[in-house]
Design a protein around this ligand. Structure first.
Ligand code: B12
Length: 285
């Protein structure tokens, strides 16, 4: 299954603007105290899942259009869950989402540490008094760390070398600026622009994430996505925590995600076809 199958997973997920990096449990446990270790052998394969800015338009809005949304828990979380489920269904994977907590109220996994040790994004931390923040070399702060997948039956050896995440904020002044913006002014989005990103959130996406979670259903209704009868319920912390650890092979999500992928594939084909036609026209006319 490794590494060819992973290329397949990568292609499937990249259509949905989600990408992932391979990692080992040992790399993660090495930088954490024993109380936060994940209890798997150190050579177990883990995968860190990140979402890019286009995920909102390419996966989330189509997900809402497809009426795949089922109420109660956060729509973005459901969409990510469906994307992951769509790509990895049938595999023996333990999935932890960024928002999930243990009974001890600690997060199920430390997303920023996982992103750093997998080489995805550099984790800048200063002291216990300030929250640390990851910066991605292409997207700056315009991304999110969505999940950690642990392939319980897959171990990897020395063929997987630990990558070093690019240090894209090398100067002390910029790091201070970054941490201050993340801690004190995160609502103005500026920490995300600490480097020039290749892509940022669209205005629609900013409007969505700039709205309090409890009011996002109303916003989606004004955009015409949800029924107006209020049957979708409220987004609460408690409902978020009810998601299962192991993903089921969810047929409904599989089919709706497959429709979205097929539609996008068709768009690519039509686009390529028009490009070929234009080139032929240029050559012969
Ligand atoms: C709880 C939480 C919060 C809390 C507390 C924040 C905190 N960091 O504790 C609150 C509600 C305040 C919060 C707010 C926000 N959050 Co928040 N939050 C989380 C959450 C769920 C858990 C973080 C946590 O509890 N960490 C525990 C502490 C102890 O970990 P730590 O500080 O990293 O310490 C460890 C490391 O230092 C490690 N370590 C030690 N040595 C070394 C060496 C190396 C090399 C490494 C790599 C690690 C390492 O050991 C320490 C533990 O012992 C994460 C998602 C997740 N599952 O991780 C998102 C997360 C950190 N939040 C995120 C964001 C974006 C935000 C907000 C901007 C709001 C938002 N969602 O838009 C604000 C900004 C902060 C602010 N100004 O308020 C993002 C950060 C993305 C990024 N680029 O880094 C995350 C990762 C969510 C995501 N899906 O992407 N958040």
């Amino acid at each position: 299954m490794y590494p060819d199958t992973f290329m397949l997973y990568k292609n499937k997920l990249s259509i949905l603007c989600i990408f992932f990096l391979l990692s080992k449990i040992g790399w993660y446990n090495n930088v954490l105290p024993a109380s936060l270790h994940l209890s798997y052998p150190e050579d177990t394969l883990a995968v860190v899942v990140l979402s890019t800015p286009s995920m909102f338009e390419q996966a989330f809005l189509p997900f809402l259009e497809e009426q795949s949304f089922q109420g109660l828990s956060d729509p973005i979380d459901q969409c990510v869950k469906q994307c992951v489920s769509f790509c990895f269904s049938g595999q023996n994977i333990a999935v932890s989402f960024d928002y999930e907590l243990l009974p001890s109220r600690k997060p199920k996994f430390l997303a920023q540490t996982a992103a750093h040790v997998s080489g995805a994004a550099f984790y800048y931390q200063q002291s216990d008094k300030m929250y640390g923040v990851c910066v991605h070399p292409s997207f700056g702060g315009w991304f999110a760390i969505r999940a950690l997948l642990v392939f319980e039956d897959v171990t990897v050896g020395s063929e997987l070398q630990q990558p070093v995440p690019p240090d894209c904020v090398p100067s002390r002044e910029d790091r201070i600026r970054l941490l201050e913006a993340f801690n004190f002014n995160w609502q103005d989005w500026t920490y995300r622009d600490i480097i020039s990103p290749v892509q940022t959130y669209s205005q629609k996406q900013k409007d969505y994430f700039g709205t309090l979670p409890a009011q996002r259903f109303d916003l989606l209704k004004t955009w015409g996505f949800l029924q107006k009868d209020g049957s979708e319920g409220e987004i609460t912390q408690d409902t978020q925590r009810q998601l299962p650890l192991i993903l089921p092979a969810d047929r409904q999500s599989f089919f709706s995600l497959r429709r979205i992928c097929c539609r996008r594939l068709l768009q690519y084909v039509l686009f390529s076809y028009s490009c070929i036609l234009l080139t032929v026209k240029d050559l012969f006319c």
